[in-house]
Design a protein around this ligand. Structure first.
Ligand code: ADP
Ligand code: MG
Length: 398
């Protein structure tokens, strides 16, 4: 194992990707005394604008990767669709966390599900669709010989998801019949997909774990997540926000998924809580996650500090949540909800008059519908108060 990269000297920590996750990583690293470098082609990227160094180039630009490797003592990533080849290239020269292998698995739903199954963590019943033959097998009516088991009958109604590059509900189609499946696969461009059985959800939750190169594992408390139109809308974190046995099960599952990857860094694992009380894994993200943003204001170690510690080889201490919290995502739609046709700044002065309101804006130039512009975390002494404040904030924002 490498010696820890200590803060307070000349050490530079680098991140591939300049979005809001990179920005909050940069904030955490700088607060601890590191210099930072961001690789992102966008001159206005949220992280690039606050970093000491910003390399404006493509993730696979060899010169840019050389510059990043020359500048940095360690590198991490803020999104899973960074080419795994870029991580592998950098890993030959300096510590990279998470590793290219783990990111490559998380980039591909089919490989990701196979990994869950290998770790003994159940996921929704699914089938891979890579070819027209695989599709045909699923849409064929069950033959007499295979009655009951034929085709993909057991997977309807289902959700067809592209294996790669899906996020925030994009690259998905709900399909009730074989004919709808065939049409949806055409619409998605005949790319490799998985068809997943639609499950009766009682709710959704996620667990963020951090694992060090020495195998040490810590976790944030399980979060309950509310999605709207496929995008995370709100996260609630209370000590008792789920049955204790389910929380324990989610933490154990997330840790075994991280261990199975010999993962180094911050990993978020999303779960479905089913109506019958069962817990089923949905997907994972090899990076800090939107559902963990509350940890900046409500925990003594945030998910971004865990990311810094893991990549620098510093000790990972078990985070403690000191306040119940509700996190509201701030989408660009709010800028359009202020009356008048043109986008307008929401009434932050009124929102910030609420006790325990922590505003995080990501420095994005233009508000667009569906675009994540920031988030608001409401902390309070009790769960009821945090919820009540969140409702007042939501009412002010329209
Ligand atoms: P993304 O990568 O876009 O986040 P997800 O696979 O997490 O895609 O799906 C987005 C949302 O769609 C989930 O958070 C959940 O609300 C719903 N969903 C996805 N798969 C299923 C399923 N098999 N059964 C029921 N709901 C699902
Ligand atoms: Mg998801």
């Amino acid at each position: 194992m490498n010696a820890p990269i200590l803060p307070g000297g000349q050490a530079v920590l680098g991140v591939l990707g300049g979005g809001q996750l990179g920005r909050m990583f940069v904030h955490a690293a700088q607060r601890m005394g590191y210099f930072t470098a961001v690789l992102d082609p966008d001159p206005d990227s949220p992280a690039g604008r606050v970093s000491h160094h910003h390399i404006e180039a493509d993730y696979l630009d060899p010169g840019a990767l050389d510059r990043l490797a020359g500048l940095c003592d360690a590198v991490t990533t803020e999104f899973e669709n960074v080419p795994a080849a870029a991580l592998a290239d950098l890993a030959a020269r300096l510590p990279v966390a998470p590793g290219a292998d783990a990111v490559a698995i998380a980039q591909d739903r089919a490989r990701e599900k196979a990994h869950f199954v290998a770790c003994g963590v159940p996921c929704a019943p699914y089938a891979e669709i890579e070819t027209i033959e695989a599709l045909a097998a699923l849409v064929a009516p069950p033959s007499a010989a295979h009655e009951g088991a034929g085709g993909g009958a057991g997977l309807f109604p289902g959700i067809l998801k592209t294996s790669r590059l899906g996020y925030d509900g994009k690259g998905q189609a709900r399909v009730a019949t074989p004919a709808e499946l065939a049409a949806a696969w055409e619409r998605l461009g005949r790319v490799p997909c998985v068809l997943e059985k639609m499950l009766p959800l009682a709710g959704e939750c996620s667990v963020i774990v951090a694992r060090g190169a020495d195998g040490a594992l810590v976790h944030l408390p399980p979060q309950r997540n509310l999605h709207r139109d496929g995008i995370l809308a709100a996260t609630e974190v209370f000590e008792q926000n789920m049955p204790p046995a389910l929380m324990e099960q989610a933490v154990v599952a997330a840790k075994s998924i991280a261990n199975g990857l010999r993962y180094v860094g911050v990993l978020c694992v999303e779960f479905f809580m089913l109506e019958d009380g069962a817990l089923v894994v949905n997907e994972m993200a090899p990076r800090p996650h939107n559902s963990g943003h509350y940890s900046i204001d409500a925990c003594d170690v945030s998910q971004f500090e865990l990311q810094v510690r893991a990549m620098a080889g510093l000790p990972l201490t078990q985070p403690r949540q000191h306040s119940p919290a509700v996190m509201l995502n701030l989408l660009g739609d709010l800028w359009f909800a202020q009356g008048g046709g043109a986008p307008a700044t929401p009434p932050w002065d009124q929102v910030l008059a609420l006790p325990g309101a922590h505003l995080h804006l990501y420095g994005k130039r233009d508000a667009k519908r569906g675009r994540k512009m920031g988030h608001l975390t409401l902390t309070a002494a009790t769960q009821a108060q945090a919820r009540a404040t969140a409702l007042r904030a939501a009412a002010l924002l329209g």
